[in-house]
Design a protein around this ligand. Structure first.
Ligand SMILES: Cc1cc2nc3c(=O)[nH]c(=O)nc-3n(C[C@H](O)[C@H](O)[C@H](O)COP(=O)(O)OP(=O)(O)OC[C@H]3O[C@@H](n4cnc5c(N)ncnc54)[C@H](O)[C@@H]3O)c2cc1C
Length: 652
């Protein structure tokens, strides 16, 4: 099935996004306006992104000593994306937005990620501008965010430093007030920043006339010391080129210098940089006491010490965005390997008499093992897409729902955000590996796209919180918050799906009985003898309803096991041991969540036709081949297994 038909099904038949139009914010929208957005994005992705996915991989960004050099395709794709209006799709009409639901925005962006995640489509710029809309002053919104939404300027997120990645409390970048009257600057309290930021995506380029860096730094107290931990972190706007209070460029270059590029394994389209702030390469408005520059000029966003809180305010959407990128890479690999398996011939089928060498070879897709690898990719990719759009829908509930919907969405997002980011990152990577496997030796060459998908994908378990950090966030914080409120609400949703599977079975049985009760034997009609009975639509429905109910029982058991393991992990008084198996816990949690999603999707796929059949089969695959894996993961969590924790360094 095409990506478009899958997206349409999930949006309309499963998530019923059209009902969002009953809310005031989305009242002007309809199925037609949603379709028009998807059509436009699909077209631009096909014309400006897909043909250049390999180009941006081969022609990776270069630094010529002055400027970053990027392929022309990156410029063209960026212009096309900005002109589509997608940078400001979710914003209010009065600032040029479309007031599009986030669910539809996420679905529309999926086409770009499937065509070329590597070229990138403004995720950082939108995240940066959204943050300013939530936490900036009116002037900061007008001057910086609106320019970003219009596509004139780009945005970055500067959190990481060479010595501080997962542990942001150890950042060394410092911000000091910029002289007398620093607080009165119309652009926000003005500071001078000094420090180094590592891994900054799109940190320098000529794609836009300016770049708005959002930078985390600590403000030392009068004694020169900073508050330890994350409480001491503040957030600053540091533009590459300075602007006046109306947002016009002043002609001054800020002291943000490109120190070098990181040469990546994959996802090579966006330049990745080490940036030096305030080291005197571009001294601005004064030489500083040491004569090496007074520091890069930055404007405080929010209050001092609230930098990480502001950044994390945008976390749900950023992490859904990473999960969706991982998902689309997974699906891109699936579509490529499906095409390949349909055309390449290899081997002969095994009959009762063994292989018949006189017969022509069959296509790969006719082998059960190839179907296994295709079904796994379908189950991972389409399951992850369903989860991503479900979480996007929760973001819409959070922003526009009534009080109860907002409450539920907030708690569900607490527990589902680590999953929506991590699960596709891990399992769609496995999917990308299977896509290579289906191609055999050809998959290991650059003549086919699947090796690039794997390399591009490999980033997703590392950025936006590594896999290990996500797992500790889930088991160490999210499931414990407010006595497990998030778990409880998720549990209610899972029970609803289980009850739906029971009702579905009952209604199929009722229907069957009533059909049989009313069947009039017609003249000349004879019941087929036992053993020759053709499977009818009614029989198919019944046996599938039984298997969905069996899956519901398996889901019930899996969820009970996950909840019990959550309690078992926290027995005892050693949190280090409780969290030692956080990743296996997250794997089991994630697989159970995906089993729930698949059961719910399968229940919505009851009609005839290949698309519904395919979804029901992928659901079946997930319950038969994937869900049973949770037993091994939960075993070490339940027993608080200390094999890894106990291993002495010297014994490695
Ligand atoms: C291509 C790319 C783009 C990026 N873009 C940006 C960007 O735009 N802006 C930005 O600010 N950052 C960016 N990053 C940085 C990214 O967020 C970090 O790489 C990530 O946070 C991990 O930090 P680190 O690389 O220093 O690894 P480390 O923090 O050193 O982690 C190394 C390993 O140790 C594990 N680990 C760390 N601490 C613990 C612990 N307490 N307990 C158990 N295990 C632990 C981790 O899970 C990981 O497996 C990017 C990174 C890459 C590779």
């Amino acid at each position: 099935m095409s990506l478009r038909s899958t997206v349409d099904f999930l949006l309309h038949d499963w998530l019923h996004v059209d009902t969002l139009n009953q809310r005031e914010r989305f009242a002007d929208h309809s199925r037609e306006t949603f379709d028009a957005v998807l059509d436009t994005c699909e077209r631009i992705a096909r014309d400006k992104f897909a043909p250049f996915n390999r180009t941006v991989d081969i022609e990776e960004p270069q630094f010529d000593g002055e400027k970053v050099v990027l392929p022309q395709a990156t410029y063209d794709a960026r212009v096309a994306y900005a002109e589509s209006g997608m940078l400001s799709a979710a914003q209010d009409y009065d600032i040029g937005g479309m007031q599009l639901p986030y669910t539809v925005e996420s679905a529309a962006n999926a086409f770009f990620a499937c065509a070329s995640v590597s070229i990138g489509a403004g995720m950082l710029t939108v995240g940066n501008a959204n943050l300013l809309m939530a936490h900036g002053t009116e002037r900061q919104k007008q001057v910086f965010a609106l320019k970003e939404f219009a596509g004139d300027w780009a945005g970055t997120m500067c959190l990481s430093e060479p010595q501080a990645g997962s542990s942001l409390s150890d950042i060394a970048t410092r911000a000091t007030p910029d002289g007398e009257g620093f607080e009165a600057d119309p652009l926000g309290p003005r500071y001078r920043l000094k420090g180094n930021k590592m891994w900054i995506s799109t940190g320098d380029h000529e794609l836009t006339e300016n770049i708005v860096h959002l930078v985390l730094a600590k403000i030392p107290g009068p004694d020169g010391k900073t508050i330890p931990g994350v409480k001491g972190i503040s957030l600053f706007i540091v533009p590459k080129k300075l602007v006046d209070a109306q947002g016009a460029l002043t002609g001054e270059r800020n002291d943000v210098a490109l120190a070098g590029l990181n040469h990546k394994c994959g996802w090579r389209g966006p330049v990745n940089t080490l940036l030096n702030f305030g080291e005197g390469k571009y001294p601005v408005r004064g030489a500083g006491l040491d004569g090496k520059g007074a520091g890069a000029i930055g404007y405080l966003v929010g209050r001092p010490g609230e930098g990480l809180r502001c950044m994390f305010h945008m976390m749900n959407e950023a992490r859904i965005g990473v999960g969706m990128a991982a998902t689309m890479l997974g699906l891109a690999g699936y579509y490529a390997s499906l095409d390949y398996a349909k055309t390449r011939s290899q081997g002969r089928p095994l009959g009762p008499a063994g292989k018949d060498p006189s017969q022509p070879p069959v296509r790969l897709i006719e082998h059960a093992d190839i179907k296994r690898m295709l079904l796994a990719q379908k189950a991972y990719g389409e399951g992850a897409l369903a989860l991503g759009l479900y979480c996007a829908r929760l973001v819409d509930e959070l922003h526009t729902g009534d009080e109860s919907q907002q409450h539920q969405a907030q708690w569900l997002l607490e527990v589902l955000t680590p999953i929506v980011k991590s699960w596709p990152s891990e399992w769609c990577l496995e999917g990308n590996s299977l896509a290579i496997q289906i191609h055999g030796g050809y998959g290991y060459t650059r003549d086919f796209p699947v090796e690039q998908y794997w390399r591009d994908q490999r980033l997703n378990m590392i950025h936006e919180g590594t896999h290990g950090i996500q797992a500790m966030d889930l088991l160490g914080r999210k499931v414990l918050l407010d006595k497990g409120r998030g778990l409880q609400i998720l549990s209610e949703r899972i029970q609803t799906t289980i009850a739906l599977a029971d009702r579905h079975r009952e209604s199929v049985e009722d229907h069957r009985e009533s059909v049989e009760d009313h069947r009039e034997p017609t003249e000349g009609h004879r019941e087929p003898t036992e053993g020759h009975r053709e499977p009818t639509e009614g029989h198919r429905e019944r046996s599938e309803a039984i298997s969905l109910q069996t899956h519901a029982l398996a889901l019930q058991q899996a969820w009970t096991d996950v909840v019990q393991a959550t309690q078992a992990a926290w027995q005892g008084d050693d949190p280090a041991l409780s969290l030692a198996n956080a990743v296996p816990y997250m794997q089991a949690f994630g697989h159970t969540v995906l089993a729930w999603v698949w059961l719910d999707v399968a229940l919505a796929s009851q009609g005839e036709g290949d698309a519904n059949h395919g979804r029901r089969q992928a659901c079946q695959f997930f319950f038969q081949y994937e869900l049973p894996k949770i037993g091994a993961w939960l075993k070490v969590v339940n027993s608080r297994d200390s094999t890894c924790a106990d291993m002495p360094e010297s014994a490695f």
